[in-house]
Design a binder for this molecule. Structure first.
Ligand code: FE2
Ligand code: FE2
Length: 339
């Protein structure tokens, strides 16, 4: 019997886990058991365990070999790199590496859909973190190329898409949120526009992933403030769609639709949004898709002032309390996509 301590993030279905014996309130019936579902892994992570002991002898070989296969795609975790300010060239380097790894993983036939979705998400997070640290035109271009790869993956690989849309987020940093919204909104666009040549899915995808880019121009103390915002702070926050639009305009080579998504993602169907209080069909269809994915991800992620909601509860809340914010048929398609 061999025991090994691994990061909770590396847990896979099929591994035999040994819970800490002193942990008398853990949410499982037994202290030792084989993982049979992603939900159990989510519970362990949610419980706050950073590392977990596994019994390799009782784990399925496939679950153990998954870690080895995924190792070569690892990049430094965004949280670590965020701690120390890096030279501009390092941000660029990190972005390039994440983009390369994304590309390689997407075309690696030996990876399962679940492995691929994790690698794509992890590297997209690294990429987005670097971009938000340093949103230069050059870095926007590098991110654009990587996002196009992700969009192609979503368009051509249904199995991986289904994993990508079901990954639960645990924190609410702008880069995590950007990736979640990007993945959800591209998947939604695929459902709506499948078989049509009238839409540029690449430009749309870039708009979804970069929708909150303007937050780089906002004081993080306001973005992360746990309590209620003052009217002045609210005004500052509400400038992020316009700031993002300007950054993309200055970067050039992005389409009007792409910039429109960034500008309109907080507009609401009933005219109660911002910055222009557009209503109904004044809001671009892509802006409406982005706004729905945006609200859903905000509700299902932990915030400084409240715990994340279950996806099902979030959809119910969107219907009961916010339905006037959305176009009804789009909301129904969104529910269909997640069910
Ligand atoms: Fe936003
Ligand atoms: Fe957002």
């Amino acid at each position: 019997m061999a025991h090994k301590k691994i990061d909770a993030d590396d847990l896979r279905v099929g591994m035999y886990v040994i819970m800490p014996t002193s942990w008398d309130e853990h949410p499982f019936l037994k202290n030792k058991f084989r993982l049979t579902s992603q939900t159990q892994i989510d519970k362990i992570i949610d419980f706050g365990l950073a590392q977990v002991l596994i019994d390799t002898g009782h784990s399925l070989p496939e679950a153990l070999s998954s870690i080895e296969r995924m190792k070569k795609y690892e990049t430094p975790k965004p949280a670590e790199s965020a701690k120390k300010p890096e030279e501009p060239s390092k941000e660029e380097k990190q972005l390039n590496t994440a983009g390369d790894k994304l590309r390689e993983a997407i075309h690696d036939g030996s990876l399962s859909a679940s492995e691929k979705s994790r690698i794509v998400r992890d590297n997209a997070l690294t990429m987005m973190n670097s971009l938000l640290e340093q949103p230069t035109a050059k870095n926007i271009q590098t991110a654009k190329e990587a996002i196009i790869q992700i969009v192609e993956l979503i368009l051509t690989d249904d199995d991986t898409t289904s994993y990508l849309t079901k990954i639960t987020s645990y924190d609410f940093s702008t880069y995590t949120h950007s990736v979640n919204v990007g993945l959800l909104a591209v998947s939604m666009a695929k459902l709506l526009f499948r078989g049509s040549n009238a839409h540029n899915m690449h430009e749309m995808g870039i708009g979804f992933f970069l929708h909150d880019l303007g937050k780089v121009g906002i004081d993080p103390a306001i973005i992360n403030k746990p309590g209620r915002l003052t009217t002045d702070e609210m005004t500052v926050i509400r400038s992020h769609p316009t700031i993002g639009f300007k950054i993309l305009e200055d970067a050039h080579r992005l389409s009007e639709e792409c910039k429109t998504i960034v500008l309109q993602h907080h507009e609401r169907y009933d005219g109660t949004g911002y910055p222009k209080q557009l209503r109904g069909d004044e809001i671009h269809l892509y802006g409406k898709i982005c706004s729905m994915a945006d609200v859903f991800d905000a509700l299902t992620s932990n915030r400084p002032y409240r715990k994340k909601m279950d996806p099902f509860d979030a959809l119910i809340l969107m219907k009961k309390e916010m339905i006037n914010h959305f176009q009804m048929d789009l909301y129904e398609k969104f529910v269909y996509m997640l069910s």
